[in-house]
Design a protein around this ligand. Structure first.
Ligand code: PMT
Length: 404
């Protein structure tokens, strides 16, 4: 989601009934961090007011090419240059025809000609109009000019017809934006080396028994996948997990905390980022029995002496040439207080805290929610699947590194 952070989107609203969904679309784009400036056509104004769009976008809505006040504030060429993406939603058959013809007789059409940014449209029209040869030829023409065409969807239409022509829902359009910027960020982390610990550790008691926890490795592997997807070289140091290694990631398998400690310190020398997502056992058995410990009639209780394991993330953070070091905090109460304590005590750059007492998130679930803290700030990453959450966390880490 954070891949729309700092992204400038010019949203062109044209005259279709689906324009009423644009307030929601603007809100969703902003939720994902985008800056949105709306350009509305005369047709668009028949379906939604500029005032509504101004309120939700937080920016004045541009309506006319010939408005001296608007041109003085942010002229059409400035808007065209400001945009990272020009998104037209809804895009009517008329708008598509005018795009195809290269018209420049209103503000939106002019911006489309004047921008170097990519253009995407979400068509919305009657199904017969969508299938009309003229519309389809116009679509072919603009696709050849690299305009992205998102949708339309099929279903019941405002006019009562059923078929293709419905504008995609706001969340579907936002997903297209996310995928679009995601693909265009394939080299965002190029040249960086991320080292990520994942999964549980196993602390042997004897040859057949061990102390461990419920970590599945899903969160750590998702972070690895997200960082790799953005072009980083990724090394995972994984405790015993049952997961496929994400494409193009190196994975070092370990069992115990001591092994994970050794592997981590051997990998971080030239690393850019270290993410300690593993659920590392704080203690290990002081003396591992060489033989299976036998139950006897006389011992109704058993005491196993434990000694402290090395703190992997704290040792990485203490290195002279340390990578940007991110810890996790798995808490069941007072999440913020404990997480902030770990951030300071372990001298981390950032900590991602999760409440592992909540049902359906944390250990061994597909979903999670995180509260991320650093010394001067914090950010909430809402409950979602771990793959999506990992993308948000990786983007947050990258943003922080750029700010430092
Ligand atoms: O693997 P999943 O099933 O997907 O679940 C994900 C998760 C719940 C395991 C993950 O989101 C998570 O919270 N990981 C950290 C678990 C943990 O051990 O937290 P902690 O609060 O006990 O440790 C604090 C930090 O110190 C962690 O970054 C941990 O990796 C690190 N640590 C702890 C002990 C130790 N000896 N060395 C360490 O590096």
């Amino acid at each position: 989601m954070m891949f729309l952070q700092h992204k400038n989107i010019v949203l062109g609203v044209t005259g279709g009934i689906a324009a009423y969904k644009c307030a929601e679309l603007v809100r969703r784009l902003k939720d994902h961090g985008a800056n949105v400036r709306v350009v509305i056509t005369n047709g668009g104004k028949a379906f939604i007011t500029p005032l509504t769009l101004q309120a939700v976008s937080g920016n004045p809505v541009a309506e006319s090419l010939l408005d001296p006040a608007a041109e003085a504030a942010m002229g059409h060429i400035e808007l065209a240059k400001w945009a990272d993406l020009v998104l037209i939603a809804p895009a009517t058959a008329n708008t598509i025809a005018r795009l195809s013809a290269g018209m420049a007789d209103d503000l939106l059409a002019t911006i489309c000609l004047a921008t170097a940014a990519p253009i995407a449209i979400a068509p919305a029209m009657n199904q017969q109009m969508w299938h009309a040869i003229a519309t389809q030829q116009n679509i072919d023409t603009i696709k050849k000019r690299s305009v992205h065409v998102w949708g339309p969807g099929a279903g019941e239409q405002a006019c009562g017809d059923v078929g293709f022509g419905r504008m995609l829902e706001p969340n579907e359009i936002v997903q297209h934006c996310l995928d679009f910027f995601d693909d265009n960020h394939a080299d965002l982390l190029a040249g960086q080396h991320w080292v990520i610990t994942a999964g549980p550790t196993r602390e042997a008691i004897d040859p057949v028994r061990y102390i461990s926890n419920h970590s599945s490795g899903k969160m750590g592997f998702a972070i690895a996948q997200a960082a790799q997807h953005l072009g980083a070289k990724v090394t995972i140091i994984a405790g015993p997990v049952n997961l496929a290694v994400p494409d193009n990631c190196q994975c070092i398998d370990v069992q115990s905390a001591v092994e994970m400690h050794k592997a981590a310190l051997s990998q971080v020398a030239n690393a850019t980022v270290f993410v300690a997502c593993a659920a590392v056992a704080d203690y290990r058995v002081a003396k591992v029995s060489e033989q299976k410990i036998k139950k006897t009639d006389s011992n109704n209780a058993m005491n196993i002496a434990l000694v402290k394991n090395p703190d992997i993330v704290a040792d990485v953070a203490a290195l002279d040439n340390k990578p940007f070091t991110v810890g996790f905090a798995a808490e069941t109460q007072d999440v913020e207080q404990y997480a902030k304590g770990k951030l300071q005590r372990k001298k981390l750059d950032m900590i991602a805290a999760n409440n592992v007492a909540k049902q359906g998130q944390g250990f061994n679930s597909d979903d999670n929610a995180l509260m991320v803290f650093w010394l001067s700030g914090q950010k909430k990453l809402a409950l979602t699947n771990k793959v999506e959450l990992a993308k948000q966390l990786v983007a947050t880490i990258n943003d922080r590194m750029l700010d430092d």
